[in-house]
Design a protein around this ligand. Structure first.
Ligand code: ZN
Length: 344
């Protein structure tokens, strides 16, 4: 009989908490006010870019973002080269109630435009404004070859999150308690995710995705006061990253959303078969259902309950460590990948 069992960890490296931050609109302040803070806390970031506005000022009737500039292709490229990722946040960000929105343009063409501009794959779509067009956007997003979509909602995602509805919560200045008022804000914000309110109990096993917009000490006078509710200051952002780092230390996985999605898709497609070869050796074989082409990181974290004090995997070619009494390793996995675990 074997007392050897192997399971796949819910998150990479068996992280206790996963954290991502996304900057909607990809405005130029991300380069000067946000990127240095991310460097300081060693976390990658993500921008949601509007493909029709790269390198230009946003100018259309009804926008709350007056005198705000979007990053150029070159600026997005700068961030991508440093581990950041870019999603499509539509082509023109039209008011969702407007007649005759061309969803092919907004969802499919915008992916192609951003890929052409940055030279990198765009694997996530980010719904814009309220979620009024959610059901109509979904088939376009699937047809365009996205892997998933960033949404709005209770932002503590569990490992079985819906990849077409990855929930995010707003990090903002919260004038007059706007963020605390779900009826006013369109979004179901949770007080649990407000800055300074994260606890180990609330975050354990979860993936938190923050959204903010402009990060600056001041907004142009042309912007309405209420825009502050969706925007942060460098101080708010820094205290957030500090809070997240302090809460979980090295059990935190700070990642771009695409990396988290890759891991989840791999985990959902994988099954393990364990076989005892001798009293000192077991094998663990991965069978993997097909995963989408666009999944770029094909890794899994395994956790094994072993009957020995120490063990090695594939004659030491795969490094492993003991964590909470379980042998833990992260490795690339394909259909048929086999790990031989031996007493050492
Ligand atoms: Zn937006």
């Amino acid at each position: 009989m074997s007392d050897f069992t192997v399971a796949i960890a819910p998150w990479k490296e068996n992280a206790a908490f996963v954290y991502s931050v996304t900057y909607d609109e990809a405005t130029i302040d991300v380069l000067t006010n946000v990127y240095p803070i991310h460097q300081e806390y060693d976390m990658p970031g993500h921008v949601c870019a509007v493909s029709g506005y790269l390198g230009t000022e946003r100018l259309y009737r009804g926008t709350s973002m007056r005198e705000i500039f979007h990053m150029s292709a070159e600026q997005l490229h700068f961030l991508i080269a440093r581990g950041w990722t870019v999603s499509s946040h539509s082509h023109s960000h039209p008011p969702t109630g407007q007649e005759g929105i061309d969803l092919d343009m907004e969802v499919q063409v915008s992916k192609w435009e951003l890929e052409k501009a940055t030279g990198s794959p765009v694997r996530l779509f980010t719904y814009w404004n309220d979620l009024a067009l959610f059901d109509r956007i979904l088939p376009h997003a699937k047809a365009a070859g996205y892997l998933g979509a960033l949404s709005i909602g209770y932002p503590f995602n569990t490992p079985d999150f819906d990849r077409w509805n990855i929930a995010r919560g707003t990090l903002g200045r919260d004038l007059e308690g706007w963020l605390e008022e779900p009826l006013v804000s369109l979004y179901s914000h949770s007080r649990d995710a407000f800055p300074g309110k994260l606890t180990r109990e609330k975050t354990a096993g979860r993936w938190l995705v923050d959204i903010t917009h402009i990060v600056a000490h001041r907004l142009p006078r042309a912007c309405p006061e209420s825009l502050w509710n969706r925007c942060s200051t460098p101080d708010i952002l820094e205290s957030r990253l500090q809070e997240v780092r302090a809460l979980w230390g090295d059990r935190l996985w700070a990642a771009v959303p695409e990396a988290v999605l890759d891991y989840a898709l791999m985990r959902r497609a994988a099954r393990l078969a364990v076989q005892r070869v001798s009293p000192e050796c077991f094998t663990c074989t991965v069978s993997l259902d097909p995963v989408p082409e666009a999944v770029s990181r094909r890794e899994l974290t395994f956790r094994a309950d072993i009957p020995w004090q120490r063990a090695e995997i594939n004659r030491g070619k795969v490094s492993a460590f003991m964590q909470e009494g379980l042998l833990t390793w992260t490795a690339e996995a394909r259909d048929g990948t086999q790990f031989a675990v031996r007493a050492a």
